[in-house]
Design a protein around this ligand. Structure first.
Ligand SMILES: O=C(O)C(=O)C[C@]1(C(=O)O)C=C[C@@H](O)C=C1
Length: 326
């Protein structure tokens, strides 16, 4: 049986890897292929027909949008050569699922320390992690700085959390084991720590318990989406732009959801600057909503959306993750 190839932000041991495993399981007919960056998770799925799915982070319960992913969706709706039918953009990718991963960050070290108290003996502490993490461990890092007030601190962005463990370990192994000048640490999952055989200096360092990241499962538009139970609650993700100088133009769009008893679950925006417009600062809006497809007249709903938008794109209608919401 041919393997289902799934790409995710690697290396193995990232929270994205965990999300992919939650979605597709550990059967031998699934091949998990790590990528170097979130943009690659979009590009490779679009261009490599051997890849079936991609799993990307979208938002975190502590520090909100993973803007890297939002901007990749935004840019695809706005790109000049996007396939368009009237005002509707038809993207090359669609959303077919979601996963929620409990994010429990650990402080990891390749040096032979096992307690934060031992950090005060160093002159320079370098901590590596994915930029989305810093907003989830702000208080923890500040407390560490207070505890090690005479130590120089440096936080360094990496392409992923488990990638941070690999780099911190490589940097630490360049130093003499007796060195007490610099120590290289990482903030990542316990799994990433075990995979890279490094010490867990401290468990659960995220500021908020229940810290969760939501991931989207992407597929190429033309592929057949996985089957969905008829009674499943379905979520839709819609992006759109409006004539922003028309007062009430955003409300006009949101009123369409209200008029059709569509329940909006989230709204976000991301700025963009269109060279073709005299306006310097515009927004793409992202709304997610659940609807009872037996009650909502879908054609009328989307025709009215089209009337009120400048451009719009339906990224997918996919099953709500029942395990997370039960
Ligand atoms: O670096 C990882 O482990 C990822 O899966 C990326 C990512 C993110 O971009 O938000 C996912 C979950 C965490 O919030 C931290 C990083």
């Amino acid at each position: 049986m041919s393997q289902t190839r799934v790409i995710f932000l690697g290396p193995k041991g990232t929270y994205s890897h965990q999300a992919a495993l939650q979605q597709f399981g550990t059967d031998s007919d699934v091949e998990y292929i790590p990528t170097q960056s979130i943009p690659q998770c979009f590009d490779e799925l679009e261009h490599d027909k051997e890849i079936a799915y991609s799993v990307v982070p979208l938002e975190n319960s502590t520090n909100g949008q993973v803007v890297f992913s939002y901007d990749l969706l935004r840019d695809r709706m706005l790109q000049k050569d996007a396939k368009q039918i009237g005002k509707r953009v038809i993207p090359d990718l669609k959303v077919v699922g979601e996963q929620y991963v409990s994010i429990t960050h650990c402080l990891l070290s390749a040096a032979s320390i096992t307690s934060v108290d031992q950090l005060t003996q160093y002159k320079h502490i370098k901590i590596y992690s994915h930029p989305q993490v810093w907003g989830q461990v702000t208080n923890y890092i500040n407390d560490l700085k207070t505890k090690c007030s005479n130590v120089k601190f440096e936080t360094i962005d990496t392409s992923s959390t488990s990638g941070a463990v690999v780099i911190a370990k490589e940097e630490q192994e360049k130093l003499d084991p007796s060195n007490k000048d610099t120590i290289n640490l990482a903030v990542a999952s316990e799994t990433a720590g075990h995979l890279n055989k490094v010490n867990i200096v401290q468990h659960a360092v995220n500021d908020k318990l229940g810290n969760t990241t939501r991931f989207l499962v992407l597929q190429r538009q033309e592929e057949e989406a996985p089957s969905v139970k008829d009674d499943a609650t379905k979520v839709s993700l819609l992006t759109f732009t409006i004539e922003q100088d028309e007062p009430g133009s955003l409300v006009d769009v949101l009123n369409i959801l209200k008029d059709h008893s569509v329940n909006m679950s989230s709204i976000h925006s991301r700025p963009y600057n269109s060279a073709s417009s005299p306006r310097k600062w515009q927004y793409v809006f992202f709304v997610e909503y659940t609807m009872d497809t037996n009650k909502t007249k879908m054609d009328a709903f989307y025709n009215q959306i089209a009337d009120k938008c400048f451009q719009w794109c339906l990224w997918g209608t996919f099953p709500r993750n029942e395990r997370y919401y039960q």
